[in-house]
Design a protein around this ligand. Structure first.
Ligand SMILES: NC(=O)C1=CN([C@@H]2O[C@H](COP(=O)(O)OP(=O)(O)OC[C@H]3O[C@@H](n4cnc5c(N)ncnc54)[C@H](O)[C@@H]3O)[C@@H](O)[C@H]2O)C=CC1
Ligand SMILES: O=C(O)C1=N[C@H](C(=O)O)C[C@H](O)C1
Length: 267
């Protein structure tokens, strides 16, 4: 654990714009270690704590964190966020596992703590956010839609949070437009070769050494196909979104689901 204690206010410090005090949870992981560097580089942000699995969440309070970035594991993220919200600390969450039930519980918690902001971002990359939005926009114009997500083999969850969110957005758009589920004559699939069904959309998960994070939305109509593909070749692609989230979350009380809540996509 690395942390610094909360500073005392002095008259001299009062004239200098305060830096946002940021803690990273999961700081030694693939994303967390990148986020630590991004926060260190970012103007106006001060890294006050880097916490790992063994560290007590009380260190967030001791360090005077104003914003916590959660990049841990699906089994830990809800308890982390609950602790932060209950202590008045804003949260920027990239960890997966935020299903509808968890989001509902979080909204109830946030209603009890007005003024605290939480961003749940299935993907911090601007390209991925756009790909999700484009997929939702296109969804009603095609008879068939399936999603293929491709990730590094050290990823512990499937389907990816991005794919689950894309499927939810696509499913919602198709239902709103009265479009039927994609046609599929499969009668016999004992091995589950047709993938997972998420919001009436088939999602296929590939795990392959050499990959980082990639996704295709395949949209099929009679005699044509549209493919919306996004590739993150490096985790640096997520850092603009992490820093934007940290800067914005304090100005957006309550729950924001998706980085697009802080972006003017003009769509
Ligand atoms: N929203 C986005 O743009 C992105 C989200 N992710 C998600 O972020 C999460 C982390 O991904 P990776 O960094 O690749 O995983 P990782 O396994 O490399 O890192 C997770 C880290 O969290 C630590 N950890 C586990 N429980 C903890 C706890 N209770 N408190 C503090 N630390 C704890 C682990 O020891 C590990 O160091 C995953 O859910 C992944 O899907 C990953 C990339 C981009
Ligand atoms: O584990 C990862 O690597 C990633 N996780 C997120 C997800 O599950 O969607 C975001 C991105 O795909 C990378």
């Amino acid at each position: 654990m690395t942390e610094s204690t909360a500073p005392e206010t002095t008259d001299a410090a009062a004239s200098v714009p305060a830096e946002v005090r940021v803690a990273v949870l999961g700081a030694r992981g693939r994303m967390g270690s990148e986020a630590v560097q991004a926060v260190r580089r970012a103007e106006g942000l001060q890294l006050v704590a880097e916490l790992g699995r063994e560290d007590s969440l009380q260190a967030l309070v001791a360090a005077g964190a104003e914003v916590v970035v959660d990049l841990t594991v699906p089994s830990a993220t809800e308890a982390n966020v609950r602790f932060a919200v209950e202590h008045g600390i804003h949260c920027v969450v990239g960890t997966t596992g935020w299903d509808a039930e968890r989001l509902d519980r979080l909204e109830v918690l946030l209603a009890e703590h007005p003024g605290v902001g939480v961003l749940i971002a299935p993907n911090f990359s601007v390209g991925a956010v756009l790909a999700m939005r484009f997929s939702a926009q296109a969804a009603r114009f095609f008879e068939s839609v399936e999603i293929v997500e491709l990730h590094h083999p050290d990823k512990v969850d499937a389907p990816s949070g991005t794919a689950a969110r894309t499927a939810a957005l696509v499913g919602e758009a198709r239902r709103a437009a009265g479009v039927a589920p994609s046609p599929d004559a499969t009668e016999h699939d004992p091995a589950g070769a047709r993938g997972a069904l998420v919001d009436d959309v088939r999602v296929h998960s590939v795990r392959l050494r050499g990959l980082v994070a990639h996704q295709e939305t395949l949209l099929g109509g009679v005699g044509e196909q549209l493919t919306i593909r996004h590739d993150s070749f490096d985790r640096i692609s997520f850092m603009t979104g992490v820093v934007l989230g940290v800067r914005e979350v304090g100005s957006h009380p309550g729950l924001t689901h998706g980085l697009e809540g802080y972006l003017d996509l003009g769509l």
